[in-house]
Design a protein around this ligand. Sequence first.
Ligand code: IVH
Length: 691
Amino acid sequence: MIDIETLTEQQASEELKQLAQIMAKADLAYYQDDNPEISDAEYDQFKKRNEEIETKFPHLIRSDSPSQKVGVRIQSGFGKIVHKVPMLSLGNIFEVEEISTFMDSVNRFLGTNDSIDIYSEPKIDGLGFSARYEKGIFTQGATRGDGSIGEDITQNLKTIKVLPQKIENAPEVLEVRGEVYMSKQDFFELNEKNLAENKKIFANPRNAAAGSLRQLDSNVTKERKLSLFVYSWGEVSDVSWHSQSEFIEKIKAWGFPTNPNNKLCHTIAEIEAAYQNILTIRGDLPYDIDGIVYKVDSLELQKRLGFLTRTPRWATAHKFPAEKAITKINQIRVQVGRTGALTPVADLEPVNVGGVIVSHATLHNEDEIKRKDVRVGDYVVIQRAGDVIPQVVEVLTEKRKNESQAFIFPMLCPICGSHTIREIDEAVRRCTGGLNCPAQAVERLIHFVSREALDIEGLGNKIIEDFYHEGIIQNPVDIFTLEERNQGYKDDLFAKTDGLSLETREGWGKKSVENLFKAINSRRIISLPRFIYALGIRQVGSATSLLIAKNYGLFETFMNEMREEKTEKLLSIDGIGQAMAKDITEFFQEEHNLQTIRKLMSQIKIEEFIDKTDYSSPIANQTVVFTGTLEKMTRAEAKAKAQSMGAKVAGSVSNNTDYVIVGADAGSKAKKAQELGVKILTEDEFLELIK
Ligand code: IVH
C-alpha cells in the first residue's frame, strides 16, 4: 500500500476506484448472498483506507464510493418498500481516543463547550429492519435494502414472537427500527442441523439471521429462531419523546425488546467506561455485537447536528478491536477486473475468527505481496477487526518450510495470456488483452448493466458470465439484439447452445424470458450520464459522468470532441483533471470502442441531458462567505445549510464572491467585501433570503 502522504492524484483516483469495486463486490456477497467473501476486518480496513484517501483528495470522491453507500440493491422476489425516512448508516471510530475526537466535533458543530449526554448502545450484528404500525396494528415490515428501498418482509417479521402485533396508546403511525438477530446458540444449532441434512452452512449468526429473514417462504423463517432489538424510529405521526433515552423507555413500555445494556453517559469518562464494560461482557452475551453506538441523547441537538450524506453527525459506531487467528495460505490466485487490473487473492485454510469462518483474503497488489513476502503454504496471522471479519497482518516466517519459494507475480494475464504492464507510478499491473480478455469482457458487461449504468434487471453477474462463455452475449450490443436472435435462434451466437432458445434453459421459462426482454427494452432510451458511465472509461465514475453530461448535453458533442482530443471544455470542469482527460480521450481513440458505440447507437437512443437541478433557491450556484460570530447557528450549521441549497461556501472573499454573511465582530473579510462591492448580509437577512 502506498503511503497516503506520497500518493499521487492519479494513484489516489485509481485506488479509490479499485476500492469501490472491491467493496461493491464484497457488499453483494455479504448482503445479497449472505455469504461474505472477505473478512470484516479487511472490509473495515478498505473502508478506512478509502476514507483516508478521500480526506486527502476530497475532489476525487466517487459517487459509487463506499462512503456514499448504505447497503446494496435489493434482490428481486420480494416486494419493494420505499422508506419514507431513509435508513441510514453510521460513521466508525476504532480507538478509545477517538471518542473525544467525536465529542469535539459535536461540540464544535454546535458551538458549545457544554457536556453533552450520550446514549450508548451495543451495536447488534444482525440485519436492520423497519416495522410499521398504523393505529397500533403491525401493518408492514421491511429490510433496510439500500437505505431508500427495502424488501417487504411483513410476513416474515410476523413470525418473530417478540415483535408485538398490536400496541396500545401508540401514535397513529409509528415505524420502529432495529436489528433482527440470531443468538449464537441458535446459530450453532441451525448449522449442526443443516450439516446433518446437507444444507447450507452459514458463516456467522448475522448471515444466518439474514438468510432466515429474507426467505420468500415465511414458513422457513418461522422455523428459524430469530429475535430482535428496537433502537430507532422512522416515520412517526407524533413524536412525543425528546431524547433517545426517553424513546427507549417509551418503546419498552409499548412492549418492544430493547437492549438491557444501553446506557446514558454524561461524561467522556462514562462513555469510555461503558465501552470497556461492553467489551468485557461481549463474549458472554448470547448474541454477536460488533461495537457500540454512541448517540447524542437530545433530539433537539440531533436535529441541529443533522446528517452528512449517509451518516448522522449525532452518532457514531465504535468498532471493536481485531480478533486474530492463524491459518495457512493454500493458494494465491490472481483475478482480472474490468480495466484489466490484476488483483491477487489468497485462498486460506478456512479458520474460525471470533465466530466467522474466513477463507479468502485480498492481497491488494504485486507490491503488497512483495512487501509482506507472502507465499503459498505460509502460515499467516489473520485479523478480524470491527467484529465481522479479517486480513493478513503477518507472515509467520519461522513456520515456513525450506523449500518455500517467493510468489512470482504473473507477467502474463492468467485469464487470456496477454502481456501485462505496469505504468510508472501505478500500483496495479494490467492485462493488455482488452476485450479479447474474457475476464475484462465479462467485467465490462457486468458494469454495463449495473445499477448506475444501464440498470438491466435480470442480467445478474452469473447470467452475464454464462451468456458470455456460451457466446450468447459477447459485447454490450448483443444485449439489445438478444430478443431478435432468440426468436430466430439460428444466429451463430447460439451455436454453442445448439440453437436452443432461452426459454428452454434450465430454470428459465416463458415468463422469465419475457421479463428479461422487457427489462432490456425499457433501457432502449437511456439518459446521458448513465450511458457515459456504462462505457466503463477508466476513472469515470457516475459523478464524473453526470458532470460531463451537464457540460456537453449531447453524447455526439462529447464524443466528437474527445475523438479530436479537444479537451479544453473537459478540463474546465471542476473535478476533471489531466489524468482523467487522458483516459477519456484515449478511450475514444480505440477503434473497437468506437465500433461498439456506433452499434449501440443503432439499437438505443441516448437522451439529451437537460439539467434538472433545482436552481430556484436564491443562493443556488452563488458563492457565499460567512464571517464573524453567528448567533442563531454555528458556522458549520450555516455552511451545511447553504450547501444544501446549492451554494458554494468559500473561506475567503474575492471577486467571485456573491454574498458575505457577517456575524458579530466581523473583521477583515467584511471590510474586503465592502471594498470589492460584494453584497453583505446580516445573519437575519441571510435567514430571510433562504426562508
Ligand atoms: S442507529 C441513523 N443503533 O448498524 C442511525 N444502529 O452501521 C441509524 N445497528 O444500519 C442506526 N445496532 O443496522 C443503530 N444500537 C444501534 C445499532 C445499529 C446495530 C446497525 C444498523 C445500522 C448499522 C450502521
